[in-house]
Every structure is written in C-alpha cells, then in structure tokens.
Design a protein around this ligand. Structure first.
Ligand code: BES
Ligand code: ZN
Length: 591
C-alpha cells in the first residue's frame, strides 16, 4: 500500500525505487556535487512507461536505462515545471525490460537546499572548507534524484570523492545502508574530521579542535543506547556515532542513521544539554525504524521520540530530571498553542500547499509526547512499554500513517485481541479518546499536566528574589536556571537586569541554553550591556531555535544591522526563516 504523499511527484505505485547507488565527487571550488545515481527499480505496474522522480535545481546531463545494471543505453527525460516548495518532477522513459536507471547530474551551487558549503573561516580549524547535507523534510531531492517521500524507503551505497586531506562520512556503516530507509535519512558530511570512541558501538566525529571536549561531553552515549534497548528492544543499526557540526548547523540535532548530526552548542562542559542526544538516539526506533509515511504524520516521529527521550533521561539521570524537562516542554507547548491557529494545533496536520518544514512547531513534539503520557496513565507503564516494544517490532523498517498507528493501538493496546506475551492473559479493555487527541486542536480537558518538585523550590526563590532577598542558587541545574529566568516578569527595569547580571554572570554564561534565554530577556528589556555578547552570539551560532526569537524581539534597526553581518554564516533554512522575520519587523516599524 502506498499512501499518497502531497510533497512528492514520484510515482511509486507504478515504478518504485528500491536501491540507490551513488558515485559522486564533492567539488568545493564550484559548490557542487557531481556524478551519477543508479536507481534499482521495481516495476509495480509492469506496463508503466515512465519513472517520475523528485528533483530540485538539479542539472541533469544524461539519463540511461539498463536491464542488467551492466549495459546502459540513453533514455529520454523531461523536466517538469518547478514548484517553489516541491521542486520539479523528472520523468524518464523506460524500456519494457528496464530494471536500472542511471542519472548523471550535478547540484546547483546556489539552490541546493540540502547542502551547506562552509568556508574555512566558518569552521573551528579555519584551514579546510566543510560541507554537510540536511535531508529532512524534502531537501534530499536537491542533491539526489529519487522519489523523495518518507514512504518510499531505499537501501543505498555510495562512493564519494573528496579533496586530499579531507574526510567524508555518511549515515550508514562504511558508506552503505543495508536496511531500507526514507530518503530524508541519506546524509553526507565532508570536512577535517577525526574520530574518538566513547564505547564499543559509539563514538564522536568532529574537527580536531573540538574532538576531546565533545567526546567528554557525550561520554554517556553508550549507556544511553543500553538504556534505550532495555526499554524498547534491540538497536538495529550497528554503530551509533555522533558528528559534531560547525555552529551554523540550523538544528539542535538530526537523527541520521548510525551518525546523528549535532550542533556544537550543546557542548556545555557539564553534560547538562545531552537530552538532545537521548532525543536523536530515540529516533533510531521512532522515526528511523518506524517512519512517518507522509509529513502530516510527522508527530509519529517526533511525539513518540520526545516521550522516549524522557524515558531514557529518567533511566540515566533520574525521574526528577525527566520531570523538569517535561515541565519545560509543557511551557513551550502552551506558548505554541497560544500562537498557532486551531487547524495547526492538530497532531495530524493539514499541510496542503505548504512546506513541511513549517510543521516543525512544539505541537507534534510536545503534544505528541503528552498524548503518550496520557496513554501511559490510562493503561499503566508496563502495558504501554510492552505495546511499544511490539509496535517497533511489528513496523520495523516500515513507514506508517497516523491512521495505521491508531488502528494498531486500538487493537493491540486498548481493546487487545491478543496479549503481546502469549503466555499472559488478555488485558482488560481501556477507554481512551484517541481521536480528540489526534484530530482536535488544543488539549483535551483530561490532559496530564507535568509537575516538578525541583521547580517548586525555584519558583519560591524567584518570588523571594523579586522581593529583594538573597537566594541560594549554588546547586541549581541548567533546567532550574531556565525555570528561574522564564518565571521572572517579562518587563524588568535596568536596575533589576543589572542586579541579575552582576549576581549570576548571565551575559558571560557558557551554557548556550541559559545564554539564549538571558539574551532574549536582555533584548526585551533593552539591556544594552548585553549587546556585544548578543552580536557575537548571532554572528557565530546559526541554530534556528536560538536566533529566531532573538531577531523577532529586536527593533528593526538593530536586527537589520546584525543580520547583515550574520546572514552569510547561516544555513539556507535559517536564512529563509530570518528573512521572513526581518520583513515582519519592517512592517511593524512603519506603524
Ligand atoms: N528530526 C528533527 C529535526 C528536523 C525536523 C529537521 C524537521 C528538519 C525538519 C530532530 O530530531 C529534532 O527534533 N531536533 C530538535 C532537537 C530536539 C532535542 C527537540 C532541534 O533541532 O531543535
Ligand atoms: Zn526529533
């Protein structure tokens, strides 16, 4: 069964790509990746005369077809009209005996949305350039011609030529992926990279200057893999390595199989931000093993992953840490529920006419996780855990829709017709209103509200501080600092801001999560002593989650002045977001 994906031109119901074999050269001087992709195809409808692929700004030099993968002859192709969101369909004529399609192509130096080309100055070592790809959601088509839908899984292998002195790494083991994966999980990075092991199956790739720090920060990774396996079954991808990217990486992390890509901004020196690693690791089950079939099902990837992430944190750092993260997440969710229209508060989101990257709000993440927390409360943890183990097993290496996942939940969790463990009696049926959770805006009245005792103490300190009392903060965790700062009034006068900064050295904070929160308060309260730090932060870090709120809060003049310097350093994804922010600020200043 092939659910229709509105974000792909592919015709997998007729001709389906099964395997992709890449032979590529990375040409830094031209900002282009060039070579061939050989697609092994399945003739689902034997008489279909064309295969339709996705592409974005690709230059196609030649297309060929072959019955055996050895003898090729040229085939006609036609490039359809380009859509700004989807790119263009690439239609290639097939012969009756065609089983392989070879495309010779090169990527666009300016419009390949998956590629970020970094100049040496944008790296830690400043000697070599750097390239990395970001496929999710629909960017893989800008560097590989294929059916770029998460429902069309492929195996792949690659040969990648890079300049002397540089190293390429990919999201597989030894440039090969033997399990079928959605195209958005094919990833490549090239740079001055070195490796350090953190355990038998885990390790870190990074530029030499950050390798030691990174390996120390992420030294719990092996333990996390073990904790995750204990919860939801075997880790099926062989190795689990991390790749530390330069600071312009637009995301916190990306769950590329075998090789999670991470921002260096989580290296705080005290492991306080490693929940991000737990998150990307959890995707090795929810997301990479069981994948959203279309981008409207994105919450199946992210909601399940946030729930799983907190279960890993609980195993390793204790219940209190997981609770604090859940409360912070709940606050973020409330903010996004307030700022999004009702139709965008629905888990199974309608993305017609839109870029799926626009669906990346807290709703699929935190409302999705809260849904599973509510299910846990309804059926009990042991029963949910047994269900999830079975679910990951049942749908391993498959892409499923929201409807399929809910149907399975109904029949195997709420009103089971068989016990997961056959020797056990049938569990009692449970009433749970799945459809309100998934198809209605907001939260059901019965939704759980995460609580944390650690935060109750922080809230009391905040109140005391506002009354001018001294407070004890020596043992506070990063999460407690975040709670404290977020709990202060939005408007603080210059004196209060100065007192905070003097007492707690916030402008000098080396913890990016705390710093970003503080800089936002500084912008909101026009606290000028933080301006230099603000400019340094915005011209080095391109993580969208940090920079977007800061530009949005600035006045148009300050925002434009900083953005002019910072824009060239940002990834196209962050550039597109901030371009829109700047336009909206200009509108505001005219009023
Ligand atoms: N898969 C996402 C990143 C993503 C989502 C990229 C949609 C492109 C489109 C990744 O797992 C993620 O959620 N990253 C978060 C961090 C996480 C701890 C919530 C991020 O980058 O902020
Ligand atoms: Zn995620």
């Amino acid at each position: 069964m092939v659910p229709h994906d509105i974000h792909s031109y592919g015709n997998p119901a007729e001709v389906r790509v099964k395997h992709v074999s890449l032979d590529l050269e990375v040409v830094f001087d031209e900002h282009s990746v060039k070579g061939t992709a050989v697609l092994t195809i399945d003739r689902v409808a034997p008489h279909a005369k064309q295969i339709v692929l996705d592409s974005r700004a690709l230059q196609i030099d030649e297309t060929e077809v072959s019955p055996d993968g050895a003898h090729y002859r040229e085939a006609a192709f036609e490039m359809g009209k380009a859509d700004p969101i989807l790119g263009a369909p690439l239609k290639i004529d097939l012969a009756p005996d065609t089983k392989f399609v070879r495309v010779r192509y090169s990527t666009s130096p300016s419009s390949a949305t998956a590629l970020q080309w970094l100049a040496p100055e944008q790296t830690e070592g400043k000697q070599h350039p750097f390239l990395y790809t970001q496929g999710e959601a629909i960017h893989t088509r800008s560097w590989i011609p294929l059916q770029d839908s998460p429902g069309v899984r492929v195996t792949w292998d690659a040969h990648v030529k890079v300049p002397a002195g540089m190293r390429a790494v990919m999201s597989g083991v030894d440039f090969k992926m033997e399990h079928p994966v959605p195209p958005y999980l094919i990833a490549l990075a090239v740079g001055d990279l070195q490796f350090k092991a953190t355990g038998p199956r885990t390790g870190v790739w990074a530029e030499p200057a950050v390798l030691e720090k990174a390996a120390a920060e992420f030294s719990d990774t092996e333990k996390m893999v073990e904790a995750a396996e204990k919860l939801y079954g075997p880790y099926r991808w062989g190795r689990y390595d991390l790749l530390v990217l330069p600071p312009s990486f637009p995301f916190g992390g990306m769950e590329n199989p075998c090789l999670t890509f991470v921002t260096p901004t989580v290296i705080a020196g005290d492991k306080s931000l490693v929940s991000l690693i737990a998150h990307e690791l959890a995707h090795s089950w929810s997301g990479n093993l069981v994948t959203n079939a279309t981008w409207s099902d994105f919450w199946l990837n992210e909601g399940y992953t946030v729930y799983f992430e907190r279960r890993i944190l609980e195993e390793i750092y204790g219940r209190e840490r997981a609770e604090m993260e859940a409360v912070l997440g709940y606050q973020d969710l409330q903010d996004d529920l307030r700022s999004h229209a009702a139709h965008d508060q629905i888990l199974a989101i309608d993305l017609r006419g839109r870029d799926p990257d626009d669906g990346m709000t807290e709703i699929p993440y935190e409302k999705g996780a809260l849904f599973l927390t509510a299910v846990e409360q309804a059926v009990g943890r042991p029963r949910l855990d047994a269900y999830l183990r079975d679910y990951f097993d049942r749908f391993a290496f498959k892409s499923i829709t929201t409807a399929q996942s809910l149907d399975y939940m109904q029949h195997h969790l709420f009103t089971p017709d068989a016990a997961p463990d056959k020797s056990q009696p049938l569990p009692a049926p449970v009433k749970f209103d799945v459809s309100t959770w998934v198809y209605q805006p907001g939260l059901p009245a019965s939704a759980p509200v995460p609580q944390s005792e650690q935060f109750a103490a922080v809230d009391a300190s905040a109140t005391a501080w506002l009354r001018g009392k001294q407070i004890e903060t020596k043992d506070w965790s990063t999460q407690q600092w975040l709670r404290f700062l977020r709990g202060l009034p939005e408007k603080l006068d210059a004196h209060r801001m100065k007192t905070l900064d003097t007492a707690f050295h916030l402008t000098a904070s080396a913890n990016n999560e705390i710093l970003a929160q503080w800089l936002l308060m500084a912008v909101n309260n026009r606290y000028n002593p933080a301006n230099d730090r603000l400019e340094i932060f915005l011209t080095t870090v391109g993580r969208r989650k940090y920079v977007k709120p800061l530009y949005s809060a600035m006045d148009a003049k300050q925002a434009k002045a900083i953005y002019e310097k910072a824009r060239p350093l940002y990834h196209p994804i962050t550039q597109a977001t901030i371009d829109r922010v700047i336009v909206s600020l200009r509108g505001e200043s005219k009023k």
